[in-house]
Design a protein around this ligand. Structure first.
Ligand SMILES: *Cc1c(COP(=O)(O)O)cnc(C)c1O
Length: 434
């Protein structure tokens, strides 16, 4: 499969190059040249296929012969090696729990697939590969886990000191081995700027084989389609109408993958982008004007994005036709007060514990279904409540149980190197780490 650059249609690369490069010229996103359709027989009989077979069928056309079938089969099997249950919260709303993976967030799927593809492609690389990534919390842990203990690859993670939750911090800093955590005296934006400077520095690119694990990488974006199929497989067991699918959205990679799967033939009644106060896309859907803003801080901080980079892919999927897009996607914004209120209500009424991101989606879907009676749907549960204990515990007035897998991690020691938001300090670290 070929991928073209959305900023420069002349630039066209294969899956391997798109995965290694991450992005094209002028920071353009790569986009598949064709959208392969699902076989109707396959979609209508998902229950007759194993999850691993579904994942393989979902991905194979995007990779072509660039990864041998038996290797790709192994990669997708490992990528979804944890349960992804669709649970009913009440009569009309279910949740697809995407947080039973190694770092308890949906990003484990995309990061797990990408890291395995990268390590396959870079196997015979002479230089040691350094994956450099800035994180506001969830991305870094998922990426670190994906690459943990892989030969020939180092991961260097930059995160803003004091601005990630305790669980997130342990997931970044306690693995050790080939995972290095840099605690930056600054904000997430500072971390991102440092990473960008490293990529444009000649001395560094001469000495190191540097690659990013950016969320716009096609190898992170495309595998997210898999769990929409796995959700539908479970949905079909009890429901006969297509679901409304509501996705808590920040950078819009997750919902974009769902829409892609839908355009390939996956039944969906409607898609809803649920946003926090960062409402650039809901505003666009209302006014047809796309006005990026500076991100504001909210309780659902993984969605604090002021200029969602994947939205250009959604536009491309609808050939930039506003009316087509508006027919299929709605967007709503929810503030922190409503988010907390929703966590409290759902806990008391349905006895289900939401975390802030999933709560934003729940609030939005509930409202939508009220206005559109007779429909049912599901939200994507993107993180485990234990990753956001302060907000959740104050909303439900109870302690949340820590999953066993985390207990062991929480006992491990944090190991970081502290740096200032100063490129010279990052440069020195990168060139001197062994
Ligand atoms: C990253 C993240 C999101 C947003 O996903 P996008 O693909 O960026 O829209 C939502 N919830 C959680 C918990 C996340 O970590």
């Amino acid at each position: 499969m070929k991928y073209y650059n959305l900023k420069d249609y002349q630039e066209s690369v294969d899956f391997r190059a798109a995965t290694i490069k991450g992005q094209g010229k002028e920071k353009g996103l790569f986009f598949p040249e064709t959208i392969p359709s699902f076989d109707q027989e396959f979609i209508q009989n998902l229950s007759q296929y194993s999850d691993e077979e579904i994942a393989y069928q979902c991905m194979k056309d995007f990779i072509g012969d660039e990864i041998p079938p038996e290797v790709l089969q192994k990669i997708v099997t490992e990528t979804i090696s944890f349960e992804i249950p669709l649970k009913k919260i009440n009569d009309n709303i279910s949740v697809l729990e995407l947080f039973h993976g190694p770092t308890l967030a949906f990003k484990d799927v995309g990061a797990g697939f990408m890291s395995r593809c990268l390590s396959y492609f870079l196997e015979n690389q002479q230089k040691k590969v350094t994956v450099l990534v800035a994180t506001s919390g969830d991305t870094g842990g998922a990426v670190a886990h994906g690459f943990y203990d892989l030969p020939g690859i180092d991961v260097v993670i930059l995160y803003p000191k004091g601005r990630v939750s305790p669980v997130q911090e342990k997931q970044l800093t306690a693995l050790g081995k080939n995972i290095y955590a840099l605690e930056v005296n600054g904000s997430f934006d500072d971390c991102q700027n440092l990473v960008k400077q490293a990529f444009s520095n000649d001395e560094i690119s001469k000495q190191l084989f540097l690659t990013s694990a950016n969320s716009i990488n096609v190898a992170r974006w495309l595998p997210q389609q898999i769990y929409y199929l796995l959700a539908l497989k479970q949905w079909q067991q009890t429901e006969n109408k297509a679901p409304v699918i509501c996705v808590p959205s920040g950078n819009f990679g997750n919902i974009c993958a769902g829409i892609l799967a839908h355009l390939r033939g996956l039944p969906a009644e409607h898609f809803i982008a649920a946003c926090n106060a960062n409402d650039v896309v809901p505003e666009y859907l209302k006014t047809k004007k796309f006005n990026p803003k500076k991100a504001v801080a909210t309780l659902s901080n993984a969605m604090d994005v002021g200029d969602p980079s994947n939205f250009v892919r959604i536009l491309e999927l609808f050939s930039n036709e506003f009316d087509l897009l508006k027919n299929k996607i709605s967007g709503y914004s929810v503030d922190d007060k409503k988010t907390i209120q929703t966590i409290t209500e759902v806990y008391n009424r349905d006895h289900y514990i939401l975390e802030p991101h999933s709560a934003v989606a729940f609030a939005v879907l509930e409202e939508y279904l009220k206005e559109n009676p007779g429909k049912k749907g599901f939200i994507l549960g993107t993180a485990h409540p234990v990753k956001f204990p302060d907000a959740v515990e104050s909303a439900i007035q109870a302690k949340i149980e820590i999953p066993q897998s985390l207990n062991d991690l929480m006992k491990k020691k944090k190991k970081t190197v502290e740096i200032n938001s100063d490129f010279e300090e990052l440069r020195r670290f990168l060139l001197n780490k062994k």
